[in-house]
Write a protein that binds this ligand. Structure first.
Ligand SMILES: [Zn+2]
Length: 255
């Protein structure tokens, strides 16, 4: 069994063929799909997909850093909090800091990140971190929030070996997806020095398709290309990659 720990299957891009997309993923061995939240404009779509496939879809709740806007982030955060109080979610995510798309909102991004980490701790939930051009800022926050209650996944990990080790030191697993198959992706060069116990698989569909689909719409069934690349990097059979990374994901998510 494989677990896609990060997939936006509720996105508009899957409207025309979502059932086939899920069927293809099931045929490729993927049985559980963890759905990261973006903002309130996607909540209904996400929960509708869960309602349709309740055994397989596990929504998260959170405000994505690129949706942290001065005019709306406070009310967005209130909605996140009220959902977290209302029902179970698999994680608080995706949350974090993104300085690629927007630098001017750093302060409120940091505030939203910290606040949501606090809620995750209150609810004993993992966090799922989005980090883009912001390792220093993210690590600064994790340093402040560090402790037994802090754990989760560093989604789409694309840093250096030192940054990988630092993330793991904060009880984070590394989310590895299509980037590991890219020629210039860099992480393939040191990943075998990071014990596999710290790795979870993800697609980040519809983004970041692995080779040979780079640039096209990504979907969860393409996780098999990530598995085969990891099998080459770690020099262990694909079924062991599947087994270990699924176990890792199950240990992070209680559901
Ligand atoms: Zn994502």
């Amino acid at each position: 069994m494989l677990i896609d720990s990060h997939t936006h299957l509720y996105s508009e891009e899957f409207d025309p063929d979502i059932d086939q997309v899920i069927q293809r993923a099931n045929e490729a061995g993927i049985q559980k799909f963890y759905l990261p939240a973006i903002d309130s404009s996607y909540t209904e779509r996400m929960l509708n997909l869960e309602a349709k496939y309740p055994q397989q879809m596990f929504p998260m709740m959170g405000l994505h850093p690129t949706s942290v806007k001065p005019e709306s982030y406070e009310s967005e955060l209130e909605q996140v909090k009220s959902w977290l109080d209302k029902r179970n979610f698999s994680a608080v995510g995706e949350i974090g800091i993104d300085l690629y798309w927007e630098k001017s909102t750093l302060e409120i991004q940091r505030e939203a990140f910290k606040k949501q980490i606090g809620w995750a701790k209150e609810k004993s939930l993992p966090i799922v971190i989005h980090c883009r051009e912001s390792f220093d800022e993210i690590f600064e926050v994790l340093e402040e929030e560090n402790g037994d209650k802090l754990f989760g996944i560093f989604h789409c990990f694309t840093g250096t070996k030192e940054q990988a080790e630092r993330a793991i030191g904060f009880n984070m697993k590394l989310g590895i997806g299509g980037v590991v198959t890219f020629k210039n992706g860099k992480i393939d060069q040191f990943l075998n020095e990071i014990p596999l116990e710290n790795i979870v698989l993800e697609t980040d569909s519809p983004y970041l398709s692995p080779v040979p689909f780079r640039g096209k719409r990504n979907e969860s069934s393409y996780l098999k290309y990530v598995v085969s690349k990891l099998s080459a990097i770690y020099e262990i059979p694909e079924n062991e990659i599947a087994q270990i990374t699924s176990r890792n994901a199950s240990s992070v998510f209680a559901i």
